[in-house]
Design a binder for this molecule. Structure first.
Ligand code: AMP
Ligand code: GLY
Length: 426
């Protein structure tokens, strides 16, 4: 098979490495890919959001299977267009991807089908939002832009002044464009967060091993929200008991709810969960593999990933046994100086030469090759990933490798996995 992967970040690099392990796969192509991905796949300069461009590319290279990884093309209907053109795909159609594309949709879905989540109210103008927040007078509160916002559409104001500023930015200045036409205001929940990615063909749901993201830019969960500064798998807060409760109250009900709405979801459904004192609740759904969750989940997958993708396509997932390794896996993101605000590009990266980083896989997120040199080209640059018998062992390997890799201004969190280690100690 020739497999085309749409996207160009660390998640796509991890997917491509796993797809290359498949016995069924002869070659992998990627669009647009990145510097590091170009060592593993033929990269084509077609944007991941260019639906016509991707359909034409799939035709041109005679792809046998297309994996659409990022949220925006999924929400915009790339899978629908590829299916219409006769291609087999992995990823939900637009009418199901809305579960990530609209927070108002997902909150209303959970309310209608009694799926545990934070209490909420929807607003379409800034005056009403602020009046409501003023009246409630409970801080922190949570305000979410309805549409896609690069993972940055959530603000958690500690005061009315902060709420006023945030609402103005989202609804009047439109920093996230049309995504800010409506907002959801919701109850602030507390508890450890768990990410669970799940394969589903719309008939059954098979959760993958759990993981923990570290969303803030700085150590101690300080600083701005980012796309994710590191991950560990498994997540110790996701006990067997919690997993059972999630399956019964969240995972199966979500799949059934989407079917009842005539929006069958096929692909990877991402459950962002909070384990509150009142049980697990959904913080968010994503219609795709998480980034950088994928980088710690897929290395633990033992089953041929193309068998899984084909089973989902054929709606025979229930018949497939999916196996995982018991190892721990850790990913430390090395980011450009300044990220998640503005940052320079084109800075040379050194220390990745082969032989230096035994037992470690470096997934490339924002790299390019310029004049034969590997340089930075994005905010999140590399995901330094290691497997180990224990979380401690994996972390040790990831961080030893991070010390060998350099580019000017690089920053990374030094405390990835510390919260998980503390939970294991208890
Ligand atoms: P999201 O983009 O929806 O995952 O939100 C980003 C982050 O904001 C989450 O990972 C949580 O840490 C936090 N968050 C979102 N919703 C809530 C909530 N209702 N209560 C507390 N924290 C939240
Ligand atoms: N790491 C969070 C996400 O992929 O949305």
């Amino acid at each position: 098979m020739k497999v085309l992967v749409v996207g160009g970040g660390g998640r796509e690099h991890a997917l491509i490495r796993k797809i290359k392990e498949s016995k069924k796969v002869d070659s992998v192509a990627c669009c647009p890919g990145n510097g590091g991905i170009s060592y593993d796949a033929e990269c084509y300069n077609v944007s991941a959001t260019d639906i016509d461009g991707v359909v034409n590319l799939a035709k041109e290279i005679k792809a046998d299977f297309v994996v659409v990884a990022p949220d925006d093309p999924l929400v915009a209907g790339m899978v629908d267009a590829l299916n219409d053109a006769g291609f087999k795909t992995f990823g939900p159609k637009a009418n199901a991807a809305i579960i990530e594309g609209s927070k108002v949709f997902s909150k209303d879905l959970m309310l209608k089908y009694n799926i545990p989540t934070a209490e909420y109210k929807v607003f379409d103008n800034p005056q009403d939002v602020l009046e409501y927040i003023k009246e409630k007078n409970e801080f922190p509160t949570v305000i979410k832009a309805d549409g896609l916002a690069l993972g940055k559409g959530v603000i958690i104001p500690e005061s009315l002044e902060e709420a006023e500023k945030g609402v103005k930015e989202i609804m009047e200045d439109k920093i996230f464009g049309e995504s800010g036409n409506n907002v959801v205001v919701e109850e602030f929940l507390t508890g450890p967060e768990v990410s669970v990615l799940a394969f589903t063909d719309g008939k059954c749901v098979k959760p993958m091993v759990s993981s923990m993201d570290h969303k803030r830019a700085l150590d101690g969960d300080k600083g701005l929200n980012t796309g994710g500064m590191g991950t560990v798998s498994p997540n110790p807060y996701y006990t067997d008991e919690v997993a059972k409760e999630c399956m019964e109250k969240i995972f199966i009900p979500t799949i059934e709810a989407m079917n009842k709405e005539g929006r069958t979801f096929k692909g990877c459904l991402y459950f962002g969960l909070m384990i509150t004192p009142k049980g697990p609740k959904v913080i968010e759904y994503n219609c795709r593999f998480g980034d950088p969750e994928t980088q710690v989940v897929l290395p633990r997958l033992k089953t041929d990933i193309m068998d899984i993708f084909e089973a989902i396509n054929n709606e025979t997932l229930a018949d497939l046994d999916i196996e995982w390794s018991d190892d721990a896996c850790t990913c430390v993101i090395m980011a450009s100086g300044g990220y998640p605000k503005s940052y320079p590009k084109g800075i040379e990266i050194t220390g990745l030469e082969s032989g230096q980083l035994d037992g470690v896989t470096v997934y490339h997120a924002g790299t390019a090759i310029e004049d034969g040199k590997l340089v930075t080209s994005g905010g999140r640059v590399l995901g330094v990933t290691a497997l180990g018998k224990t979380l401690d062992e994996a972390l040790d390997k990831s961080y030893k490798a991070v010390e060998k890799i350099t580019f000017e201004g690089a920053h990374y969190r030094k405390d990835i996995g510390q919260r998980a280690l503390k939970a294991l100690d208890k």
